[in-house]
Write a protein that binds this ligand. Sequence first.
Ligand SMILES: NC(=O)c1ccc[n+]([C@@H]2O[C@H](COP(=O)([O-])OP(=O)(O)OC[C@H]3O[C@@H](n4cnc5c(N)ncnc54)[C@H](OP(=O)(O)O)[C@@H]3O)[C@@H](O)[C@H]2O)c1
Length: 295
Amino acid sequence: MASRVVLLGPDGQLGHDVRRAHVASGDRFDLQALRRADLDIAVPGEIEHVLGDRRFDVLLNCAAYTGVDAAEDDAASAFAVNAHAVRSLAAVCAARKARLIHISTDYVFGGDAARKRPLPEDAPVAPVNVYGESKALGETLAREVHGDVVVVRTASLFGAAGIGGRGGNFVETIIRDGRDSGSLRVVDERTMSPTSSADVARVLIRMVTEGCAAGCYHVVNSGSATWFEFARAIVRGASIEATVTPCPASEYSSRAARPRYSVLDNSKAAAVFGAMSSWQEALDRHLHLRGHRQA
Ligand SMILES: NC(=O)c1ccc[n+]([C@@H]2O[C@H](COP(=O)([O-])OP(=O)(O)OC[C@H]3O[C@@H](n4cnc5c(N)ncnc54)[C@H](OP(=O)(O)O)[C@@H]3O)[C@@H](O)[C@H]2O)c1
């Protein structure tokens, strides 16, 4: 079992839940949270400077440039954080024989628009936007420089902290807009794996405490949904008086293209860590915890 773990991105949506899951596991290892103020991974030389003398046996990278639309106009920043910094993190890990657990995304897929079956870990990557390209390159560069890399691809996260730790995410937006307007139109042409960041965090803690073979794992809640289906479940689960109507993606113009289908097959992770809850069960738990649903 790893005894010293460095966590990057501890205040992001996933990083926040990793810290909670670490406490819930009984603080079974030393967790050193490094915020951007401690280590800005986009600044050349900082990774080597800050991590060079630090003792750790696992580096858990939850830091990322996650602005999917912003990345279209700022590819340099997206690639600096999601690709080139990941290479440097992997190189530092290789030099000290530490494991890198790196978080990636379903957005490395999407180019196969006709796809209708969940994607396994070895499906060819085919990103449709700059963010996805930068994340796909990060995976490749990490593997090129280090043999002990675990890539965890996850998707469509909802967690207590919200995106960037600022409280907002799709669940909160649907609840707020549903209450405010009583009527929602939500895209029904994109199918994905809605996933609780708390559930992913629990698997990450088990990866640290129990270990697993190096390689790629899809860690998402079970099942799939379109954004319309997900929104309808949120409105029902939170007992909001609002109608939810399906609409085409063309109704919402966005800077970046999005995958039409990016459902991840989680059976490899399930074989090692046990079946993941369905997204409906995970959503139920989340709504209870957030006080959006009565017992
Ligand atoms: N959110 C999703 O739906 C989703 C879906 C699939 C995969 N993922 C992946 O899951 C991982 C975690 O995502 P998340 O939702 O937790 O993202 P998030 O809430 O946006 O958090 C990202 C974290 O990265 C930090 N960060 C960004 N640039 C940095 C830099 N240059 N140096 C150091 N730290 C930096 C941010 O710090 P600041 O607070 O200082 O900005 C923030 O704490 C990412 O790898 C993401 O690609 C997310």
